[in-house]
Design a protein around this ligand. Structure first.
Ligand code: CTP
Length: 225
């Protein structure tokens, strides 16, 4: 009789939260602040979670056309909406992957009517959005795995190490944003994977493969808990 090693294909996690895409912070009924995130990485992370048999995938995304199937899909716009949606599910989640490119600032004021132009320069006051990941890091339980992303253009490893420890993360996926690796909107990406116990530099590869490696790393981390 042939026995297969089922232990290696049993899903380790029951419920995961994956955030994706940009957030969109409105200024008036026409304008908003956002960023270049396409949502591809989050999409591939969700597909990979499904392939690995994870039962509950809560996919919380800002505006993007990359929407995975067979997930609990929650579409939001602002950082605050994203935070509220995460908080609904956080306590039961085994893993949270914050792949969303959350806007760090929003307009201090929402103008209910369209801002009309005149000849004066326009100054817009901006306020910080909540740092969702940092708050999750403060509240996370010992058995929860928290994964963050970082997009850096200078002092990349130093900034990333600080983010890993300041936000109390188990894993940080670092994108070096450069002309040769724009990351945002591309099919491929070159990332570093940082854990409290070390750093791995990965080759440039398509984003589906990056997603698989992130899940391998999460699985490996779960063995250490
Ligand atoms: N993030 C978040 N809430 C924010 C901003 C970012 O949860 N208001 C999360 C992102 O989803 C990502 C991680 O924090 O997983 C890193 O985001 P990044 O913008 O690179 O770093 P910041 O901590 O915002 O710092 P800075 O922009 O100064 O690099």
């Amino acid at each position: 009789m042939l026995f297969t090693a089922t232990a290696s294909i049993q899903p380790v996690f029951n419920k995961v939260i994956i955030t994706s895409g940009p957030t969109l912070e409105p200024i008036d009924p026409i304008r908003f602040i956002s960023n270049r995130s396409s949502g591809k990485t989050g999409f591939h992370l969700a597909n990979e979670a499904r392939k690995r048999g994870i039962a509950q995938i809560v996919f919380i995304t800002g505006p993007t056309c990359f929407l995975p199937s067979e997930v609990n899909l929650i579409q939001v716009e602002t950082a605050r909406d994203m935070q509220a949606a995460i908080n609904e599910h956080f306590t039961q989640a085994d893993v949270v992957i914050m792949a969303a490119a959350v806007c760090d600032y929003s307009s201090a004021e929402y103008f209910p009517n369209k801002l009309k132009k005149n000849n004066d320069p326009l100054t817009l006051k901006m306020v910080k959005t909540p740092d969702i990941l940092a708050e999750l890091g403060r509240n996370k339980k010992k058995n929860q795995i928290l994964v963050g992303f970082a997009a850096e253009t200078e002092n990349i490893l130093l900034n990333a190490k600080n983010k890993l420890s300041n936000k109390n993360l188990d894993l940080l996926v670092l994108n070096e944003i450069s002309l040769s690796n724009p990351a945002f909107g591309s099919e491929e990406n070159q990332v570093f994977l940082l854990r409290p116990d070390g750093i791995k530099k990965m080759n440039k590869m398509d984003k589906a493969r990056v997603a698989a490696l992130v899940w391998d790393e999460i699985r490996d981390l779960s063995g250490q808990l």
